[in-house]
Design a protein around this ligand. Structure first.
Ligand code: GLY
Length: 402
């Protein structure tokens, strides 16, 4: 187990602030057992919604370091799917029917959102929890419900397609038609839904999902493997009109840490569902940049260009990056063992008591995450980091000791 942490600049051209274990060690089964014990208590406590405010927002979102209760969102928040996903992961880990019942209840209350065309985030909101439900629910009738929701969500996302940009609109940024790197996580759902739909409509979903990822790979990945966060386009011509500010430090030159991790995971998943080598190359290049900037087992500041040792961390970026490395290791396209070892060592850090809520009153699991530093500079615990930490810990637990 790690015995302490040092603040270090990364050994690379860009000075990045990272927190590194004195002795980086791969995660052990003792650590994953402790993580799931902590998660069981935290996730069960969050399922009690008797004291909710009249707004009715019930889906856990996150809590800053000193908060003891979750801020919650309604079903239309981009983070609403992560808590149901965590419940499915607890069911997968334990096979306990109590977790199955909770996972079903929370997932079902999200499913009407699948027909909403107002968000590019339906992959997170519907694809993630309904996909887990399709894989894990023992009842075929329930699985059909989740499958329908994924098809509806894919069609809703597809309705945001622009044939000039060759992408699904993420949003209006500075009043312009925009794309965001996070959308790499949502597009694979269209490709997964394609086979469920079949025919010409399925072929169109597959084509749009793949083209969206290729557009991201073309415009968002810089020659050194770093990424932009938000770019805008002319929707009538498809021409790039430039970067705009999002959650990163500098819209043109810096790399928002979580965006880089979303890119790594989204391109790896995109390759897994398409076999397209351009997407594998994008996954490998973004992964290589991460590894160059963030040392073995280290956790970066919220933006990879931020050199201050006192800048807020984003441990969620490290959790997502570890999950991406495990996906790349599964794909085993060269570097598989190295990716797995890096992921295990990152998980060794993130499951140590310095990075979990075990010694705090925080309602989440993984601490020292950040949401959107330009708006809120405080570290906290957020459901997306928790979900990807649990996904990765579940994948490796029992396979190694480690
Ligand atoms: N909007 C996705 C994120 O904040 O990571």
């Amino acid at each position: 187990m790690a015995t302490g942490f040092l603040l270090l600049p990364a050994a690379a051209a860009v000075e990045t602030s990272v927190v590194c274990p004195v002795d980086p060690i791969p995660v052990t089964s003792v650590q994953t057992d402790a993580l799931f014990a902590l998660a069981a208590g935290r996730l069960y406590a969050a399922s009690d919604i008797t004291g909710l405010q009249p707004s009715g927002a019930k889906f856990p979102f996150g809590a800053t370091a000193r908060q003891t209760k979750y801020l919650r969102s309604d079903a239309y928040g981009w983070t609403a799917g992560f808590y149901p996903a965590e419940l499915w992961l607890m069911y997968e880990r334990t096979a306990d029917p109590a977790w199955l019942a909770l996972a079903r209840t929370w997932t079902k209350s999200l499913l009407p959102v699948s027909k909403w065309t107002g968000s590019h985030d339906l992959g997170f909101m519907i694809g993630l929890p309904a996909g887990l439900g399709m894989r894990l629910d023992p009842d075929p009738a329930q699985r059909i419900t989740y499958r329908r929701a994924i098809i509806n969500a894919a069609k809703s996302l597809s309705s945001r397609w622009n044939n000039k940009v060759k992408a699904i609109k993420s949003g209006e940024y500075d009043g312009k038609w925009g794309l965001i790197i996070d959308s790499a996580m949502n597009a694979p759902m269209l490709i997964e839904a394609a086979d469920m739909v079949g025919g010409a409509e399925g072929a169109q979903l597959r084509s749009r999902g793949q083209k969206h990822l290729l557009t991201l790979a073309k415009y968002f990945v810089r020659p050194n493997g770093s990424t932009f966060h938000r770019l805008t386009f002319n929707p009538k011509t498809g021409a790039l009109t430039g970067p705009v500010y999002g959650q990163g430090y500098n819209m043109a030159t810096s790399t928002w840490s979580r965006g880089q991790a979303w890119a790594m995971y989204g391109f790896a998943k995109g390759y897994a569902v398409t076999g397209n080598p351009i997407l594998l190359a994008a996954a490998n290049r973004t992964n290589a940049f991460w590894n160059q900037q963030v040392g073995l087992g280290c956790v970066p500041a919220w933006d990879l260009a931020v050199g201050s040792a006192f800048a807020p961390r984003d441990s969620s970026a490290a959790a997502i990056a570890a999950a991406a490395m495990l996906l790349l290791a599964d794909l085993d396209q060269g570097g598989g063992a190295d990716n797995r070892q890096r992921a295990l060592t990152t998980l060794g850090t993130l499951t140590s008591p310095e990075w979990t809520s075990v010694n705090t009153q925080n309602p989440g699991i993984l601490i020292r995450q950040t949401w959107n530093v330009p708006i809120l500079k405080y570290e906290g615990s957020y459901v997306w980091g928790d979900a990807y930490l649990l996904e990765s810990a579940l994948k490796v637990s029992g396979t190694t000791d480690q």
